[in-house]
Design a protein around this ligand. Structure first.
Ligand code: SAJ
Length: 449
Protein backbone atom coordinates (compact mmCIF):
# COMPACT_ATOMS: atom_id res chain seq x y z
CA UNK A 1 0.00 0.00 0.00
CA UNK A 2 1.41 3.42 -1.00
CA UNK A 3 2.17 6.06 1.64
CA UNK A 4 -0.55 8.37 0.27
CA UNK A 5 -3.14 5.58 0.39
CA UNK A 6 -2.03 4.75 3.90
CA UNK A 7 -2.27 8.42 4.82
CA UNK A 8 -5.76 8.60 3.29
CA UNK A 9 -6.80 5.46 5.14
CA UNK A 10 -5.47 6.87 8.39
CA UNK A 11 -7.16 10.19 7.73
CA UNK A 12 -10.46 8.44 7.02
CA UNK A 13 -10.16 6.40 10.15
CA UNK A 14 -9.36 9.61 12.00
CA UNK A 15 -12.61 11.13 10.76
CA UNK A 16 -14.55 8.04 11.86
CA UNK A 17 -12.83 7.76 15.24
CA UNK A 18 -13.34 11.45 16.04
CA UNK A 19 -17.08 11.16 15.34
CA UNK A 20 -17.28 7.95 17.35
CA UNK A 21 -15.60 9.67 20.30
CA UNK A 22 -18.00 12.60 20.12
CA UNK A 23 -21.01 10.27 20.13
CA UNK A 24 -19.71 8.24 23.06
CA UNK A 25 -18.85 11.29 25.18
CA UNK A 26 -21.99 13.05 23.94
CA UNK A 27 -20.19 16.12 22.70
CA UNK A 28 -21.56 15.42 19.22
CA UNK A 29 -23.94 18.15 18.08
CA UNK A 30 -27.14 16.58 16.78
CA UNK A 31 -29.23 18.19 14.06
CA UNK A 32 -32.87 17.12 13.72
CA UNK A 33 -34.52 18.27 10.50
CA UNK A 34 -38.31 18.42 10.88
CA UNK A 35 -39.74 18.92 14.39
CA UNK A 36 -42.99 17.07 13.94
CA UNK A 37 -44.47 13.96 15.60
CA UNK A 38 -41.21 12.09 14.95
CA UNK A 39 -38.56 14.81 15.10
CA UNK A 40 -39.58 16.67 18.25
CA UNK A 41 -39.81 13.61 20.56
CA UNK A 42 -36.49 12.42 19.11
CA UNK A 43 -34.84 15.84 19.65
CA UNK A 44 -36.05 15.98 23.27
CA UNK A 45 -34.78 12.44 23.97
CA UNK A 46 -31.31 13.28 22.62
CA UNK A 47 -31.22 16.57 24.53
CA UNK A 48 -32.30 14.84 27.74
CA UNK A 49 -29.18 12.65 27.71
CA UNK A 50 -26.92 15.63 27.19
CA UNK A 51 -26.50 16.02 23.45
CA UNK A 52 -26.58 19.57 22.14
CA UNK A 53 -29.50 19.45 19.68
CA UNK A 54 -30.23 21.91 16.89
CA UNK A 55 -33.66 21.46 15.32
CA UNK A 56 -34.20 22.73 11.77
CA UNK A 57 -37.90 23.45 11.30
CA UNK A 58 -39.30 25.15 8.18
CA UNK A 59 -42.39 26.36 10.04
CA UNK A 60 -41.32 29.49 11.97
CA UNK A 61 -44.35 29.25 14.26
CA UNK A 62 -43.27 25.75 15.35
CA UNK A 63 -39.62 26.82 15.68
CA UNK A 64 -40.70 29.73 17.85
CA UNK A 65 -42.90 27.44 20.01
CA UNK A 66 -39.97 25.11 20.62
CA UNK A 67 -37.68 28.00 21.58
CA UNK A 68 -40.33 29.20 24.02
CA UNK A 69 -40.62 25.69 25.46
CA UNK A 70 -44.20 25.43 24.20
CA UNK A 71 -45.11 21.90 23.15
CA UNK A 72 -47.36 21.05 20.18
CA UNK A 73 -46.80 17.29 19.90
CA UNK A 74 -49.00 15.01 22.07
CA UNK A 75 -46.18 12.51 22.71
CA UNK A 76 -43.82 15.16 24.14
CA UNK A 77 -43.96 16.09 27.85
CA UNK A 78 -43.98 19.90 27.95
CA UNK A 79 -41.91 20.07 31.16
CA UNK A 80 -39.17 18.01 29.52
CA UNK A 81 -39.20 20.26 26.47
CA UNK A 82 -39.02 23.37 28.66
CA UNK A 83 -36.13 21.92 30.64
CA UNK A 84 -33.91 21.07 27.65
CA UNK A 85 -34.67 24.41 26.00
CA UNK A 86 -33.94 26.39 29.18
CA UNK A 87 -30.73 24.39 29.77
CA UNK A 88 -29.65 25.24 26.23
CA UNK A 89 -29.63 21.63 25.01
CA UNK A 90 -32.31 22.19 22.39
CA UNK A 91 -32.71 25.10 20.03
CA UNK A 92 -34.88 25.38 16.92
CA UNK A 93 -33.59 27.04 13.75
CA UNK A 94 -35.34 27.76 10.48
CA UNK A 95 -32.31 27.55 8.19
CA UNK A 96 -29.56 25.08 7.32
CA UNK A 97 -26.71 27.56 7.88
CA UNK A 98 -25.55 25.80 11.05
CA UNK A 99 -25.34 22.35 9.42
CA UNK A 100 -21.48 22.49 9.48
CA UNK A 101 -21.66 22.57 13.30
CA UNK A 102 -23.71 19.37 13.37
CA UNK A 103 -21.94 16.03 13.75
CA UNK A 104 -25.11 13.98 13.22
CA UNK A 105 -28.07 15.11 11.09
CA UNK A 106 -31.34 13.20 11.50
CA UNK A 107 -34.00 13.79 8.83
CA UNK A 108 -37.61 13.49 10.01
CA UNK A 109 -39.62 15.14 7.23
CA UNK A 110 -42.93 13.97 5.71
CA UNK A 111 -43.06 11.52 2.83
CA UNK A 112 -46.62 12.02 1.54
CA UNK A 113 -48.30 10.76 -1.63
CA UNK A 114 -49.30 12.69 -4.72
CA UNK A 115 -52.99 12.71 -5.72
CA UNK A 116 -52.19 9.69 -7.92
CA UNK A 117 -50.88 7.70 -4.95
CA UNK A 118 -47.25 7.99 -6.05
CA UNK A 119 -44.35 8.91 -3.75
CA UNK A 120 -43.71 12.59 -3.11
CA UNK A 121 -40.06 12.85 -2.00
CA UNK A 122 -39.97 16.63 -2.40
CA UNK A 123 -39.26 17.25 1.30
CA UNK A 124 -36.54 14.58 1.47
CA UNK A 125 -34.88 15.81 -1.73
CA UNK A 126 -35.05 19.46 -0.74
CA UNK A 127 -33.56 18.77 2.70
CA UNK A 128 -30.85 16.52 1.23
CA UNK A 129 -29.79 19.28 -1.16
CA UNK A 130 -29.72 21.82 1.68
CA UNK A 131 -27.55 19.49 3.77
CA UNK A 132 -25.28 18.73 0.79
CA UNK A 133 -24.51 22.45 0.46
CA UNK A 134 -22.93 22.43 3.92
CA UNK A 135 -21.73 18.80 4.20
CA UNK A 136 -18.25 18.34 5.63
CA UNK A 137 -16.06 15.33 6.52
CA UNK A 138 -17.00 13.59 9.75
CA UNK A 139 -20.77 13.95 9.59
CA UNK A 140 -23.41 11.22 9.89
CA UNK A 141 -26.69 11.72 8.03
CA UNK A 142 -29.63 9.45 8.87
CA UNK A 143 -33.09 9.36 7.28
CA UNK A 144 -36.02 8.48 9.58
CA UNK A 145 -38.84 9.19 7.15
CA UNK A 146 -40.65 6.16 5.78
CA UNK A 147 -39.90 5.58 2.11
CA UNK A 148 -39.40 2.97 -0.60
CA UNK A 149 -36.31 0.72 -0.61
CA UNK A 150 -33.58 2.50 -2.55
CA UNK A 151 -34.29 6.09 -1.49
CA UNK A 152 -31.14 6.47 0.63
CA UNK A 153 -28.77 4.74 -1.79
CA UNK A 154 -30.28 5.97 -5.07
CA UNK A 155 -31.68 9.42 -4.26
CA UNK A 156 -29.83 10.82 -1.24
CA UNK A 157 -26.33 9.39 -1.66
CA UNK A 158 -25.65 10.87 -5.15
CA UNK A 159 -26.74 14.32 -3.92
CA UNK A 160 -24.53 14.13 -0.83
CA UNK A 161 -21.51 12.83 -2.80
CA UNK A 162 -21.89 15.41 -5.58
CA UNK A 163 -19.48 17.77 -3.82
CA UNK A 164 -16.72 15.15 -3.83
CA UNK A 165 -17.11 13.69 -0.36
CA UNK A 166 -17.49 9.89 -0.25
CA UNK A 167 -19.94 7.88 1.84
CA UNK A 168 -18.29 5.52 4.28
CA UNK A 169 -15.03 7.46 4.17
CA UNK A 170 -15.66 11.20 4.51
CA UNK A 171 -19.27 11.11 5.73
CA UNK A 172 -21.66 8.41 6.86
CA UNK A 173 -25.22 7.69 5.71
CA UNK A 174 -27.91 5.43 7.16
CA UNK A 175 -31.64 4.76 7.33
CA UNK A 176 -33.39 4.26 10.65
CA UNK A 177 -37.16 4.17 10.08
CA UNK A 178 -39.28 5.95 12.65
CA UNK A 179 -41.43 3.63 14.73
CA UNK A 180 -43.91 5.87 16.51
CA UNK A 181 -47.38 4.85 17.55
CA UNK A 182 -48.86 8.28 18.25
CA UNK A 183 -50.64 8.34 21.61
CA UNK A 184 -49.14 5.04 22.75
CA UNK A 185 -48.21 5.59 26.40
CA UNK A 186 -46.46 2.23 26.76
CA UNK A 187 -44.08 2.32 23.81
CA UNK A 188 -42.08 5.54 23.57
CA UNK A 189 -39.12 6.73 21.47
CA UNK A 190 -36.80 5.29 24.12
CA UNK A 191 -38.20 1.79 24.62
CA UNK A 192 -39.34 1.03 21.06
CA UNK A 193 -36.77 -1.18 19.35
CA UNK A 194 -35.28 0.50 16.32
CA UNK A 195 -33.90 -0.82 13.04
CA UNK A 196 -30.79 0.83 11.55
CA UNK A 197 -29.42 0.03 8.10
CA UNK A 198 -26.49 1.36 6.07
CA UNK A 199 -24.76 0.26 2.91
CA UNK A 200 -21.19 0.45 4.19
CA UNK A 201 -19.71 -1.00 7.41
CA UNK A 202 -18.53 2.25 8.98
CA UNK A 203 -21.86 4.02 8.36
CA UNK A 204 -23.63 1.06 9.95
CA UNK A 205 -21.31 0.98 12.95
CA UNK A 206 -21.48 4.70 13.65
CA UNK A 207 -25.27 5.00 13.15
CA UNK A 208 -25.92 1.97 15.37
CA UNK A 209 -23.72 3.52 18.07
CA UNK A 210 -25.56 6.84 17.74
CA UNK A 211 -29.03 5.33 18.20
CA UNK A 212 -27.82 3.15 21.08
CA UNK A 213 -27.17 6.32 23.11
CA UNK A 214 -30.93 6.82 23.70
CA UNK A 215 -32.72 3.71 22.47
CA UNK A 216 -32.68 0.53 24.53
CA UNK A 217 -32.75 -1.96 21.64
CA UNK A 218 -31.19 -1.12 18.27
CA UNK A 219 -31.42 -3.68 15.44
CA UNK A 220 -28.68 -3.23 12.80
CA UNK A 221 -29.36 -4.61 9.30
CA UNK A 222 -26.92 -4.91 6.43
CA UNK A 223 -28.13 -2.14 4.14
CA UNK A 224 -30.30 0.95 3.93
CA UNK A 225 -32.59 -0.92 1.54
CA UNK A 226 -33.28 -3.63 4.10
CA UNK A 227 -34.17 -0.99 6.71
CA UNK A 228 -36.43 0.81 4.24
CA UNK A 229 -38.16 -2.45 3.35
CA UNK A 230 -38.62 -3.39 7.02
CA UNK A 231 -40.63 -0.25 7.73
CA UNK A 232 -42.73 -0.35 4.61
CA UNK A 233 -43.50 -4.01 5.37
CA UNK A 234 -44.56 -3.11 8.94
CA UNK A 235 -47.11 -0.62 7.70
CA UNK A 236 -48.23 -2.80 4.80
CA UNK A 237 -48.84 -5.57 7.32
CA UNK A 238 -51.25 -3.28 9.16
CA UNK A 239 -52.94 -1.88 6.07
CA UNK A 240 -53.61 -5.38 4.66
CA UNK A 241 -54.95 -6.77 7.94
CA UNK A 242 -57.16 -3.75 8.55
CA UNK A 243 -58.47 -4.18 4.99
CA UNK A 244 -59.15 -7.86 5.69
CA UNK A 245 -61.25 -6.87 8.73
CA UNK A 246 -63.05 -4.25 6.63
CA UNK A 247 -63.77 -6.72 3.83
CA UNK A 248 -65.06 -9.27 6.35
CA UNK A 249 -67.37 -6.57 7.71
CA UNK A 250 -68.71 -5.81 4.23
CA UNK A 251 -69.49 -9.51 3.72
CA UNK A 252 -71.04 -9.88 7.18
CA UNK A 253 -73.24 -6.89 6.41
CA UNK A 254 -74.56 -8.78 3.36
CA UNK A 255 -74.99 -12.00 5.37
CA UNK A 256 -76.55 -10.26 8.38
CA UNK A 257 -73.79 -11.55 10.68
CA UNK A 258 -72.34 -9.42 13.51
CA UNK A 259 -68.70 -9.03 12.42
CA UNK A 260 -67.71 -7.69 15.86
CA UNK A 261 -68.94 -10.87 17.51
CA UNK A 262 -67.02 -12.92 14.91
CA UNK A 263 -63.78 -11.01 15.48
CA UNK A 264 -64.07 -10.94 19.27
CA UNK A 265 -64.57 -14.71 19.24
CA UNK A 266 -61.76 -15.29 16.71
CA UNK A 267 -59.39 -13.27 18.89
CA UNK A 268 -59.92 -15.67 21.78
CA UNK A 269 -57.55 -17.97 19.88
CA UNK A 270 -54.40 -17.89 22.02
CA UNK A 271 -51.99 -18.13 19.06
CA UNK A 272 -51.70 -17.32 15.40
CA UNK A 273 -54.04 -14.37 15.28
CA UNK A 274 -53.84 -10.65 15.98
CA UNK A 275 -56.76 -8.24 16.64
CA UNK A 276 -57.73 -5.96 13.75
CA UNK A 277 -61.18 -4.39 13.52
CA UNK A 278 -63.27 -2.73 10.82
CA UNK A 279 -63.77 1.00 10.91
CA UNK A 280 -64.83 4.03 8.88
CA UNK A 281 -61.52 3.91 6.98
CA UNK A 282 -57.79 4.22 7.60
CA UNK A 283 -56.33 7.56 8.58
CA UNK A 284 -53.04 9.03 9.72
CA UNK A 285 -49.92 9.70 7.69
CA UNK A 286 -48.54 6.19 7.66
CA UNK A 287 -50.89 3.31 7.02
CA UNK A 288 -52.87 4.82 4.13
CA UNK A 289 -49.67 6.15 2.57
CA UNK A 290 -46.49 4.14 3.14
CA UNK A 291 -47.51 0.87 1.44
CA UNK A 292 -48.03 2.76 -1.83
CA UNK A 293 -44.33 3.71 -1.78
CA UNK A 294 -43.51 0.01 -2.12
CA UNK A 295 -46.27 -0.54 -4.69
CA UNK A 296 -44.76 2.21 -6.83
CA UNK A 297 -41.17 0.93 -6.53
CA UNK A 298 -42.21 -2.66 -7.29
CA UNK A 299 -43.42 -1.61 -10.75
CA UNK A 300 -39.78 -0.80 -11.59
CA UNK A 301 -39.20 -4.57 -11.22
CA UNK A 302 -42.27 -5.44 -13.25
CA UNK A 303 -43.97 -6.59 -10.08
CA UNK A 304 -47.58 -5.97 -9.01
CA UNK A 305 -48.08 -5.78 -5.23
CA UNK A 306 -51.70 -6.98 -5.33
CA UNK A 307 -52.19 -7.04 -1.55
CA UNK A 308 -51.14 -3.38 -1.22
CA UNK A 309 -53.36 -2.07 -3.98
CA UNK A 310 -56.34 -4.16 -2.90
CA UNK A 311 -55.94 -3.14 0.75
CA UNK A 312 -55.79 0.51 -0.25
CA UNK A 313 -58.86 0.13 -2.45
CA UNK A 314 -60.90 -1.51 0.32
CA UNK A 315 -59.79 0.90 3.05
CA UNK A 316 -60.45 3.94 0.88
CA UNK A 317 -64.03 2.88 0.19
CA UNK A 318 -65.00 2.48 3.83
CA UNK A 319 -66.24 6.08 4.27
CA UNK A 320 -68.61 5.53 1.32
CA UNK A 321 -69.97 2.43 3.02
CA UNK A 322 -70.49 4.38 6.25
CA UNK A 323 -72.50 6.96 4.32
CA UNK A 324 -74.60 4.18 2.73
CA UNK A 325 -75.26 2.53 6.09
CA UNK A 326 -76.15 5.91 7.63
CA UNK A 327 -78.80 6.44 4.97
CA UNK A 328 -80.17 2.93 5.60
CA UNK A 329 -80.59 3.78 9.29
CA UNK A 330 -82.25 7.13 8.52
CA UNK A 331 -84.50 5.47 5.98
CA UNK A 332 -85.98 3.32 8.77
CA UNK A 333 -87.28 6.61 10.21
CA UNK A 334 -88.43 7.83 6.80
CA UNK A 335 -85.86 10.62 6.86
CA UNK A 336 -84.29 11.66 3.55
CA UNK A 337 -80.54 12.43 3.55
CA UNK A 338 -81.07 16.05 2.55
CA UNK A 339 -83.40 16.62 5.49
CA UNK A 340 -81.34 14.73 8.08
CA UNK A 341 -79.63 16.38 11.04
CA UNK A 342 -76.51 14.33 11.80
CA UNK A 343 -74.02 14.53 14.67
CA UNK A 344 -70.62 12.94 13.96
CA UNK A 345 -68.67 12.04 17.09
CA UNK A 346 -64.92 12.04 16.47
CA UNK A 347 -62.98 13.89 13.76
CA UNK A 348 -59.54 12.51 14.66
CA UNK A 349 -58.16 9.54 12.71
CA UNK A 350 -57.87 7.39 15.81
CA UNK A 351 -58.89 7.41 19.46
CA UNK A 352 -57.64 9.79 22.13
CA UNK A 353 -55.68 11.96 19.69
CA UNK A 354 -56.43 15.34 18.12
CA UNK A 355 -54.84 14.57 14.74
CA UNK A 356 -57.45 14.75 12.00
CA UNK A 357 -55.05 14.59 9.00
CA UNK A 358 -56.19 12.00 6.48
CA UNK A 359 -58.97 11.13 8.91
CA UNK A 360 -61.76 8.92 7.49
CA UNK A 361 -64.22 10.84 9.70
CA UNK A 362 -63.54 13.93 7.59
CA UNK A 363 -64.28 11.98 4.40
CA UNK A 364 -67.54 10.72 5.93
CA UNK A 365 -68.53 14.29 6.82
CA UNK A 366 -67.65 15.48 3.31
CA UNK A 367 -69.96 12.83 1.81
CA UNK A 368 -72.81 13.63 4.21
CA UNK A 369 -72.55 17.36 3.47
CA UNK A 370 -72.56 16.63 -0.27
CA UNK A 371 -75.83 14.74 0.28
CA UNK A 372 -77.30 17.85 1.88
CA UNK A 373 -77.30 16.69 5.50
CA UNK A 374 -77.32 19.27 8.26
CA UNK A 375 -74.08 18.23 9.93
CA UNK A 376 -72.44 19.01 13.26
CA UNK A 377 -69.50 17.26 14.94
CA UNK A 378 -68.14 16.74 18.43
CA UNK A 379 -64.53 15.86 19.13
CA UNK A 380 -63.01 16.80 22.51
CA UNK A 381 -59.56 16.94 20.93
CA UNK A 382 -60.37 18.84 17.74
CA UNK A 383 -61.69 22.42 18.14
CA UNK A 384 -62.21 23.02 14.43
CA UNK A 385 -61.92 21.27 11.06
CA UNK A 386 -62.05 22.16 7.40
CA UNK A 387 -64.47 19.99 5.43
CA UNK A 388 -65.36 20.56 1.75
CA UNK A 389 -64.11 24.19 1.89
CA UNK A 390 -66.11 24.86 5.05
CA UNK A 391 -64.91 25.41 8.58
CA UNK A 392 -66.83 23.48 11.21
CA UNK A 393 -66.39 24.05 14.91
CA UNK A 394 -66.63 21.52 17.69
CA UNK A 395 -70.18 21.32 19.10
CA UNK A 396 -70.42 20.64 22.84
CA UNK A 397 -71.95 17.22 23.53
CA UNK A 398 -74.99 18.24 25.59
CA UNK A 399 -78.16 16.16 26.04
CA UNK A 400 -80.02 18.82 24.08
CA UNK A 401 -77.64 18.46 21.12
CA UNK A 402 -77.85 14.65 21.24
CA UNK A 403 -81.66 14.77 21.31
CA UNK A 404 -81.82 17.36 18.54
CA UNK A 405 -80.33 15.15 15.80
CA UNK A 406 -81.80 12.32 13.74
CA UNK A 407 -78.61 10.26 13.75
CA UNK A 408 -75.38 10.12 15.73
CA UNK A 409 -72.40 8.56 13.93
CA UNK A 410 -69.51 7.42 16.13
CA UNK A 411 -66.54 7.85 13.80
CA UNK A 412 -63.73 7.84 16.39
CA UNK A 413 -63.86 5.86 19.64
CA UNK A 414 -62.43 8.46 22.02
CA UNK A 415 -62.26 7.11 25.57
CA UNK A 416 -63.65 10.24 27.24
CA UNK A 417 -67.08 10.13 25.54
CA UNK A 418 -69.98 9.00 27.81
CA UNK A 419 -71.39 6.31 25.49
CA UNK A 420 -74.00 5.15 28.01
CA UNK A 421 -75.54 8.60 28.13
CA UNK A 422 -75.28 8.87 24.35
CA UNK A 423 -77.24 5.62 23.89
CA UNK A 424 -79.77 6.72 26.47
CA UNK A 425 -80.45 10.08 24.81
CA UNK A 426 -79.97 9.54 21.05
CA UNK A 427 -82.72 8.62 18.61
CA UNK A 428 -80.35 6.48 16.51
CA UNK A 429 -76.63 5.71 16.59
CA UNK A 430 -74.38 4.27 13.89
CA UNK A 431 -71.32 2.95 15.73
CA UNK A 432 -68.50 2.54 13.16
CA UNK A 433 -65.96 1.53 15.82
CA UNK A 434 -67.89 -1.12 17.77
CA UNK A 435 -67.14 0.89 20.90
CA UNK A 436 -70.68 0.38 22.30
CA UNK A 437 -70.79 -3.38 21.71
CA UNK A 438 -69.76 -4.38 25.25
CA UNK A 439 -71.98 -1.87 27.09
CA UNK A 440 -74.69 -3.51 29.21
CA UNK A 441 -77.61 -1.23 28.49
CA UNK A 442 -80.61 -1.35 26.13
CA UNK A 443 -79.19 -0.73 22.64
CA UNK A 444 -82.15 -1.04 20.26
CA UNK A 445 -81.22 2.37 18.84
CA UNK A 446 -77.63 1.34 18.05
CA UNK A 447 -76.51 -0.06 14.70
CA UNK A 448 -72.98 -1.46 14.44
CA UNK A 449 -70.98 -1.13 11.23
N1 SAJ B 1 -57.45 1.09 12.22
C1 SAJ B 1 -58.57 0.32 11.93
N2 SAJ B 1 -58.62 -0.96 12.40
C2 SAJ B 1 -57.60 -1.50 13.15
C3 SAJ B 1 -56.46 -0.69 13.42
C4 SAJ B 1 -56.41 0.60 12.95
O1 SAJ B 1 -59.51 0.77 11.27
O2 SAJ B 1 -57.71 -2.65 13.56
C5 SAJ B 1 -57.37 2.47 11.70
C6 SAJ B 1 -57.14 3.50 12.78
O3 SAJ B 1 -58.36 3.96 13.31
C7 SAJ B 1 -56.40 4.59 12.03
C8 SAJ B 1 -55.59 3.82 10.99
O4 SAJ B 1 -56.23 2.54 10.86
O5 SAJ B 1 -57.29 5.44 11.36
C9 SAJ B 1 -54.11 3.64 11.36
O6 SAJ B 1 -54.11 3.00 12.61
P1 SAJ B 1 -52.72 2.74 13.39
O7 SAJ B 1 -53.04 2.15 14.73
O8 SAJ B 1 -51.78 1.99 12.55
O9 SAJ B 1 -52.27 4.21 13.68
P2 SAJ B 1 -50.98 5.09 13.33
O10 SAJ B 1 -50.87 5.24 11.87
O11 SAJ B 1 -51.03 6.29 14.16
O12 SAJ B 1 -49.74 4.30 13.93
C10 SAJ B 1 -49.02 3.50 13.15
C11 SAJ B 1 -48.35 2.55 14.11
N3 SAJ B 1 -49.40 1.79 14.78
C12 SAJ B 1 -49.20 0.71 15.51
O13 SAJ B 1 -48.17 0.09 15.43
C13 SAJ B 1 -50.29 0.32 16.45
C14 SAJ B 1 -47.42 1.79 13.29
O14 SAJ B 1 -48.08 1.21 12.20
C15 SAJ B 1 -46.33 2.71 12.85
O15 SAJ B 1 -45.28 2.58 13.78
C16 SAJ B 1 -46.75 4.16 12.79
O16 SAJ B 1 -48.08 4.25 12.39
C17 SAJ B 1 -45.83 4.86 11.84
O17 SAJ B 1 -45.37 5.92 12.21
O18 SAJ B 1 -45.53 4.32 10.79
Amino acid sequence: MSISTLMTEQNQNQVFLQLKEKIINRTAIVGVVGLGYVGLPFAVEKAKVGFQVLGVEQNPVRADSVNRGQNYIADVIEEELQQVVQNGYLKALTSFDQVPEMDVIVICVPTPLTKNLTPNLAYVESVTHSIAEHLRPGQLVTLESTTYPGTVDEVMRPVLEAGGLKQGEDFFLAHSPERVDPGNQRYTTKNTSKVVGASDPLSLEISTLFYQQTILHVVPVTSAKVAEMVKVFENTFRAVNIALANELMLLCDRMDINVWEVLDAANTKPFGIMPFYPGPGVGGHCIPIDPHYLEWKAKEFDFETHFISLAGEINRKMPVFVREKAWRVLNQFGIAPARAKVLVIGAAYKKDLGDWRESPAITVMKLLLADGANLIYHDPYVPEIQVAHRVLYNTELTDAVIQSVDLVIIATDHGKIDYNNLIHKAKAILDTRGVTRHLNCPKENVVLL
